[in-house]
Design a protein around this ligand. Structure first.
Ligand SMILES: Nc1ncnc2c1ncn2[C@@H]1O[C@H](COP(=O)(O)OP(=O)(O)OP(=O)(O)O)[C@@H](O)[C@H]1O
Ligand SMILES: [Mg+2]
Length: 323
């Protein structure tokens, strides 16, 4: 049985908002959202890290970094846990770090198979960088293999970029099942933050209907205790905007390429609400800490049992997840 002991002080004690951009469907806006949401947050002076865990290396390319010219990448860090994370880290813009990908990363799926801690490698890499970044965005590949599992085990939240088309809800429920499996097996703190609507056609009747269905679905999940019970459809939706499709080929973020286009405005607005939400959460946590008794034992009426956490990955679940 594979047993993974979490040696960190507690995932929820982290001062970093770690977010995996996840959708097993290709071409929905994961990379576009990772890069431009992260860049907008970094522009607000908040230290932000982009982790490219997709062998296609699209986030790396989007930021103007040539994957073929790298000395080290996220591949090297995943394969060699002794390697300092800073060896692969690129300061790509002010307040914006990048752990880049390159094509060898595809081999990591098979090379990691025999390792007991294969799903927890990224988690450990990010822990070593946690004092440097307030926000971390992980751009997942459009598949549910070991790389994606690493992203989910390393994250506190999942963001789902999608297009509001007819099968959107069907795709979301499959994805939520995966998140639930991972949260039960390896990362109980993992929650779904919500959906970001990409390439959105505001005036289309179908889009309106799908958004209403998504709103209703998340509303109905409020009481269920599932990892998505606090999830929502983020506003504003990101409108379809050709500038967003053009800027990656120049190795530029949307803010460098066309500062005031609709795409830039939408990602800036999303970043603002994302930062505000996080600041509010941090101040609630700070208040809780301030109100806690100095010696936690004072608050206990009876001795409690040993709470040393051991995260056990059920072999059946792990096999299911790693295929
Ligand atoms: N709001 C938008 N308006 C116009 N084009 C967009 C928008 N968002 C993304 N695109 C374009 O759509 C394509 C797919 O987007 P993106 O690469 O972000 O998807 P992805 O989910 O990361 O894809 P993959 O699954 O292959 O990694 C890209 O060419 C991108 O430039
Ligand atoms: Mg992508």
């Amino acid at each position: 049985m594979a047993a993974i002991r979490d040696e960190t002080p507690g995932r929820d004690a982290r001062q970093t908002r770690r977010v995996a951009l996840l959708n097993q469907k290709g071409g929905v806006g994961k990379t576009t959202t990772t890069v431009n949401l992260a860049a907008a947050i970094a522009e607000q002076g908040r230290p932000t890290l982009i982790v490219d865990i997709d062998p296609q290396s699209h986030a790396t390319l989007h930021l103007g970094v040539d994957p073929d010219g790298l000395d080290r990448s996220i591949y090297d860090l995943l394969l060699d846990p002794e390697l300092p994370a800073t060896e692969a880290l690129i300061e790509s813009r002010p307040n914006l770090g990048l752990l880049p990908a390159e094509v060898h990363l595809a081999a990591a799926e098979t090379e990691l198979v025999g390792e007991a801690d294969r799903q927890d490698r990224l988690h450990r890499i990010l822990d070593r960088l946690s004092d440097q970044y307030e926000f971390v965005f992980i751009d997942c590949p459009p598949s549910l293999g070991i790389l994606t599992l690493n992203a989910l085990a390393a994250s506190g939240e999942v963001l789902v970029p999608l297009q509001a088309h007819f099968f959107a809800l069907q795709g979301v429920s499959k994805l939520l099942e995966t998140v639930q499996l991972v949260s039960q097996a390896a990362n109980p703190d993992l929650v779904v933050a919500g959906v970001i609507l990409c390439m959105h056609e505001e005036r289309a009747t179908l889009s309106k209907e799908v958004v209403a269905d998504l709103d209703e679905f998340f509303h109905a999940s409020r009481e269920g205790g599932a990892p998505w019970s606090d999830a929502k459809v983020f506003r504003p939706p990101v409108r379809r905007n050709i500038k967003l499709a053009e800027c990656p080929s120049f190795g530029q973020t949307i803010f460098e390429y066309s500062k005031w286009c609709p795409g830039a405005l939408d990602y800036r607005a999303l970043a603002k609400s994302f930062i505000e939400e996080w600041d509010a959460r941090k101040s609630v946590k700070a208040e809780e800490i301030a109100q806690a008794p100095e010696d936690p034992r004072d608050a206990l009426e009876e001795p409690t049992e040993d709470t040393t956490a051991e995260i056990v990955v059920r072999p059946s679940a792990a096999a299911e997840m790693t295929g």
